[in-house]
Design a protein. Structure first.
Length: 159
């Protein structure tokens, strides 16, 4: 079985949010080579951004994106802790790559196909590109906690 994995699955688990148990089950299927998981560099960027934002928010006690950006540039301590978290995430991704995760590049054709998906279902561009890639790699489903994907008829959505 091929499964496209949205950033929300990783984030539920890594940020210990409600649904983390279900996210863990999905990622364990990849770890156990029960499914072939697919992500894109866009998924990695989404996760990295949210991990940095969460860690910096915690350290600085703010959700102000401008304050966080400034601290990342100017505060070695904040930057160091954020990079440490990203290293842990990178190590987990590298482990999954050995087990059954594939990083699939986004093509120009995926981007073009996303236009139709946006028009048909009203998804945001990144989500539409995720659907386009999932369809191209012939994924059986998209694993996501994002309700917007449920409108898409061409592919199954789990959990």
């Amino acid at each position: 079985m091929r499964l496209f994995i949205d950033s929300s699955v990783f984030l539920k688990l890594l940020l210990d949010e409600p649904g983390a148990d279900k996210a863990k089950e999905i990622l364990e299927m990849v770890e156990e080579s029960k499914v072939l998981g697919y992500i894109t560099p866009m998924v990695l960027e989404e996760i990295s951004f949210k991990l940095i934002f969460a860690k910096a928010s915690e350290l600085l006690d703010t959700k102000n994106v401008w304050r966080i950006r400034e601290a990342l540039r100017l505060d070695d301590g904040v930057r160091s802790k954020c990079v440490e978290l990203l290293r842990s995430f990178r190590n987990y991704i590298e482990y999954l790559l050995i087990k059954g995760l594939r990083v699939e590049y986004v093509t120009y054709d995926d981007w073009l196909r996303a236009f139709n998906i946006i028009e048909k279902y009203g998804l945001l561009p990144a989500d539409a590109i995720h659907v386009a890639v999932a369809l191209r790699v012939r994924a059986s489903a998209i694993a996501t906690f994002d309700e917007d994907f449920k409108a898409v008829k061409e592919i199954k959505i789990v959990p």
